[in-house]
Design a binder for this molecule. Structure first.
Ligand SMILES: [Zn+2]
Length: 128
């Protein structure tokens, strides 16, 4: 299952960062950006995260997923459009095949929300 492997990679990435901190913080939320064109199901991702975080340093951590729509750009028409995933990948105006994807393939950790004893308010670790 695709999402299981992804979750494992996600946890390892965060763990690397966490281990590198002088004072390992308590991570409250992981914000994830998931493009609709990655074929990753946010529901499945949430589920495997909840399974895999048990007993780890992320046991109390919440996974927040932001979905990014698939947007393509048609050069002949000079306009962007949102293809229907699984149904129709051509420009709705001129029917040119989709070739220039502007968004929807993202799959990354957007930021972490965490706190430590010496950091009373929430801090952010963007783009790790
Ligand atoms: Zn077009």
């Amino acid at each position: 299952m695709h999402e299981t492997d992804m979750t494992r990679a996600l946890i390892l990435t965060v763990k690397d960062w966490w281990d590198a901190q002088t004072e390992p913080p308590r991570i409250e939320r992981i914000h994830l950006t998931v493009g609709k064109f990655t074929c990753v199901e946010p529901v499945s991702l949430q589920f495997s995260f909840e399974v895999q975080r048990q007993g780890t340093f992320l046991a109390e951590t919440e996974l927040v997923i932001e979905e990014i729509p698939l947007v393509a750009f048609c050069h002949p028409c000079q306009q962007s459009y949102e293809p229907e995933i699984g149904l129709h990948y051509a420009c709705p105006q001129c029917q040119s095949p989709m070739e220039d994807i502007r968004s929807g393939r993202e799959l990354k950790i957007d930021r972490l929300e965490y706190c430590t004893d010496s950091t009373p308010s929430q801090a952010y670790a963007p783009n790790i």
